[in-house]
Design a protein around this ligand. Structure first.
Ligand SMILES: Nc1ncnc2c1ncn2[C@@H]1O[C@H](COP(=O)(O)OP(=O)(O)OP(=O)(O)O)[C@@H](O)[C@H]1O
Ligand SMILES: [Mg+2]
Length: 375
């Protein structure tokens, strides 16, 4: 899949950006704080995912403007598609169109523009806290199954309601039996999500394992395993509507007293993790900096490969400032593994030796305009 045209105006500091990217490598270079990451972020949010910097939609509108306009044309294996977004400070006034048809939100665009973004924070994927890995797997699955996103949101709502109730029970204004209805919903959603995430992690382990084997020149083995706080072993188990649901329900009942004491739900998918091991040792605790970086890169590359395998489309790759963070071996590895995909790269100085279409970014202007303003 390739982005053929991209327009942005009023998105953070971006001004009247109008580019026709190459189907290969595109390099955005310039000084700090000129808008390189803003450009990557603007493309990324059109994929339907949340900003990787945590920017809320209304904060994405330029300080001195009322709205931000983003247009993107893409070509996938079947057709050309056009995404148009007008983001406003008042979220009710925003407008999102896909091929001219009105959409409810940016999230409704999930699955149209398939993107994988690499940021310096992603290099913490194996070393960071469990929530980073939980969110990562949720995102990977949502890109393949756009409806999965809604299931996770529903689970989060149920979790918040159950936690509020636990607190009310502790202070004596609610009854323990009131938990039954939330436990039931939680078990249904939780059992399904566990199965999906476990299955995805198995696949990720295979793909990332192969990549890691290569990057370590066959010396080390990477494995990923889904760690469930509910089920001792999920291998080969898929019956989320019956057995797995009942087991989940049972665990919630068992942990009720603990949960009331703690004031929150102590078990469930919101406490699960993905365990990353190198040669059988947990990378987070025992891995070197280099091993963790290779593990993170392998996991991100695997995300792109699986997305391609599952959807038949090569994702568009966004590399924000990662190349400068990596040593030569890892830099060359990642670029070689992304061959054939459209890539958007940002960097401070033009990364030498890298071939591609170059765009200068200065003061929110990109390409020819930035060159002209430079004089
Ligand atoms: N809502 C907004 N309106 C206008 N400008 C904004 C807004 N939000 C952020 N900015 C500006 O965007 C600039 C940062 O842009 P960006 O993060 O894209 O820089 P960058 O070129 O990636 O820099 P670096 O090389 O340091 O990563 C800052 O100057 C910031 O003030
Ligand atoms: Mg940046």
């Amino acid at each position: 899949m390739t982005v053929t045209e991209f327009f942005a105006d009023g998105y953070k500091n971006l001004k009247d950006v109008n580019i026709s990217p190459s189907p290969g490598v595109n390099i955005f270079y310039g000084e700090n704080a000129q808008g390189k990451t803003n450009l990557i972020e603007a493309i990324w949010i059109l994929s339907g995912a949340k900003s990787f910097r945590g920017t809320k939609e209304r904060d994405a509108v330029a300080f001195d403007r009322d709205l931000a306009r983003l247009n993107l044309s893409l070509e996938d294996s079947e057709r050309e598609q056009k995404i148009e977004a007008v983001l406003t400070k008042n979220p009710r006034e925003k407008k999102i169109l896909l091929n001219g048809i009105k959409q409810r939100s940016l999230t409704s665009l999930f699955g149209v523009l398939k993107c994988v973004v690499f940021t310096p924070e992603d290099l913490e994927l194996s070393k960071g806290s469990p929530d980073i890995r939980r969110d990562f797997i949720d995102l990977c699955v949502s890109q393949i199954k756009p409806r999965y996103q809604k299931t996770v949101q529903k689970y989060e709502t149920v979790l918040a309601q159950r936690n509020a109730l636990l607190k009310n029970i502790a202070i004596g204004i609610s009854n323990q039996n009131d938990l039954d209805v939330w436990d039931d919903q939680m078990a249904k959603l939780g059992a399904y999500i566990s199965v999906i995430k476990h299955r995805y992690t198995e696949k990720l382990s295979v793909f990332a394992g192969k990549l890691y084997y290569e990057i370590s020149s066959g010396k080390e083995a990477l494995r990923l395993e889904y760690f469930s706080t509910v089920y001792p072993n999920l291998s080969g188990r898929t019956d989320w509507q019956n057995e797995l649901y009942l087991e989940y329900l049972n665990i919630l009942k068992k942990s009720r007293a603990d949960d009331i004491r703690a004031g929150f739900t102590t078990v469930g998918i919101h406490r699960d993790d993905v365990i990353v091991t190198v040669n059988g040792k947990i990378a987070r605790d025992f891995g070197s900096q280099g091993q963790n970086r290779s593990a993170a890169l392998s996991m991100k590359l695997a995300q792109a490969y699986i997305l391609n395998e599952e959807t038949g489309e090569m994702p568009v790759i966004l590399l924000d400032d990662v190349l400068s963070e990596l040593d030569k071996t890892r830099r060359e590895f990642i670029i070689s593994k992304l061959e054939g995909m459209q890539i958007f790269i940002t960097c401070c100085e033009t990364v030498k030796k890298l071939r591609g279409k170059r765009f200068r970014v200065e003061g929110g202007n990109v390409g020819k305009k930035a060159e002209k303003e430079k004089g």
